[in-house]
Design a protein around this ligand. Structure first.
Ligand SMILES: Cc1cc2nc3c(=O)[nH]c(=O)nc-3n(C[C@H](O)[C@H](O)[C@H](O)COP(=O)(O)OP(=O)(O)OC[C@H]3O[C@@H](n4cnc5c(N)ncnc54)[C@H](O)[C@@H]3O)c2cc1C
Length: 464
């Protein structure tokens, strides 16, 4: 973080907070006319958007958050079990032990503790296509981990964002499978695949995406045992408290219908459950995944359209299954009996994981190609039943308590685009047409690192 809060407050000159509070007061002219005047309109209230909104307000900027869902949190979601009273996070689970993370949770009184696993006692290795335990399979000893760390240390800039050198190192452009063979990383492919869930076929995607996902920060946190989890096993508590903190500045269940960015400010038209709203603002901060479909109704120029149009994405689903007959404490890891490096074939499971809540197991399922939510849900149910018919486990599925599509997940471009300066052009959009960007597509799927990235962006939003 290059700028302290004090510096940023000075830069911003304490703009707008009082005006913001007044703007939506019941009976105010603004509320009556449906016009909301703010310094910054934040599109998307997941990890990056919620953090940005809180910090922008700290810094004296008035904000409005437009969130499509009925809640803040995005990929952070918690299932509360009415039977046991326990809870389990079906999205974001762990955080890095860095001051920014401790401070952010601390201010909302959400205590953190060291992550020591989910209380599982054993992993069994099953090919979910057959429902059979893969005979003799044990994951290889991670002999290549030091080599992987040494490789990450060659590219320290990957931990901060997508500021890639020009030319981009050729190794980063290799399909990760080739990169792994070149550098003798075969023994940790299973391990990396287990962490890089939702990234599609890790053997085929450009190496840069795996190295950013299973980053130096991640490896350091794992090796030092410093990962954090919320003490109450309820990451959503943070976002519920942020929702209360932001109050009328959050528009939930809201859909942007039109954005016009002119020389005299930005106008965002939004359809909300309470009717149409017009947000009149000076800056826009987009945190929703920057696919062209996100920008429906925006006045994108040809440059913006050309850049966002290059993104494609992967697919990731989670669920909570209520089971009986599963050995307590046992998680099932999906391994291919006959696939390269025994990696889980996709579309398919990553695993069925102990949650720490009695009779509840977490489901993780991914795909490189589009699959309908219905087909994934049906496949999950059929695959769990097959564990029984194959004779592997006497498991009965009482039902899926919750099923969540975390899509679009992991936006990527091809190696040719990366080599051709895609990320330089993407980052060049910061500030163009009064619009700034943060979120996973601008860095990586890691809330702690995204908050750090967003924090570093705030002075630019303020001074622009
Ligand atoms: C199952 C799962 C497990 C994960 N585990 C971890 C973990 O343990 N630790 C970790 O650090 N990270 C984890 N991640 C990665 C996670 O994606 C990031 O940490 C982080 O939450 C991404 O934040 P974001 O702001 O980019 O996206 P999101 O949190 O998804 O926020 C984007 C928001 O934009 C909204 N939106 C989308 N389109 C629009 C629109 N057109 N208009 C308005 N709003 C819109 C969405 O509803 C969403 O709320 C996990 C992800 C998943 C899916």
């Amino acid at each position: 973080m290059g700028v302290t809060r004090k510096d940023a407050l000075r830069i911003l000159g304490g703009t707008g907070v009082a005006a913001a509070a007044a703007a939506l007061a019941p009976g105010s002219a603004a509320a009556a006319s449906g016009v909301i005047r703010r310094d910054v309109c934040v599109i998307g209230g997941g990890a990056s958007g919620a953090y940005a909104a809180v910090r922008l307000r700290d810094l004296g900027h008035s904000v409005a958050v437009v969130e499509r869902a009925g809640r803040l949190g995005g990929h952070t979601e918690t299932y509360h079990d009415p039977l046991s009273g326990g809870s389990t996070d079906i999205g974001v689970l762990i955080y890095h032990d860095i001051p920014l993370v401790r401070e952010f949770f601390g201010r909302f009184d959400v205590p953190l503790v060291r992550y020591t696993g989910q209380g599982g006692t054993a992993n069994h290795y099953v090919d979910f296509r057959t429902g059979l335990v893969v005979p003799g399979y044990t994951p290889p000893a991670p002999a290549a981990l030091p080599a992987y760390i040494a490789l990450l240390q060659r590219y320290p800039y990957l931990d901060a964002g997508f500021e890639l050198p020009d030319p981009v190192p050729a190794d980063l452009l290799l399909p990760f499978g080739e990169f792994a063979v070149k550098h003798g990383l075969e023994s940790i492919l299973q391990l990396l695949n287990g962490y890089a869930q939702g990234l599609g076929d890790i053997l085929r995607i450009p190496a840069v995406y795996v190295l950013k996902n299973v980053s130096l920060s991640v490896i350091n946190s794992v090796l030092t045992g410093s990962l954090l989890i919320t003490e109450r096993r309820d990451n959503s508590e943070l976002y519920e408290k942020i929702t209360a903190h932001l109050g009328a500045d959050v528009l939930l269940g809201a859909r942007v219908t039109q954005v016009h960015r002119g020389t005299h400010g930005i106008q965002v038209r939004v359809a909300t459950p309470h009717g149409q709203r017009v947000i009149q603002c000076r800056k826009l901060l987009v945190t929703a995944p920057p696919l062209l479909s996100t920008f429906d109704g925006f006045d994108l120029d040809a440059t913006e359209r050309g850049i966002f149009g290059r993104f494609r994405h992967h697919h990731y689903w989670t669920a909570v299954a209520r089971l009986s007959g599963m050995p307590p404490g046992v998680s099932l890891v999906n391994v291919g009996a006959d696939t390269p490096y025994n990696l889980a074939p996709l579309p398919g499971w990553y695993g069925l994981t102990v949650t720490g809540v009695p009779n509840l197991w977490g489901v993780k399922y991914g795909s490189a190609a589009p699959v309908s939510d219905r087909a994934v849900r049906d496949a999950i149910v059929a695959d769990i039943r097959r564990l029984r018919t194959a004779g592997s486990y006497p498991v009965e599925l009482a039902g899926l308590e919750i099923f969540k599509a975390h899509n679009p997940f992991e936006l990527v471009v091809g190696a040719g685009d990366v080599a051709g300066g895609f990320y330089r052009r993407l980052y060049g959009l910061q500030g163009r047409n009064g619009t700034f960007y943060t979120g996973a597509a601008f860095h990586t799927h890691d809330s702690s690192l995204l908050w750090r990235f967003t924090e570093a962006l705030l002075p630019r939003i303020a001074s622009h």
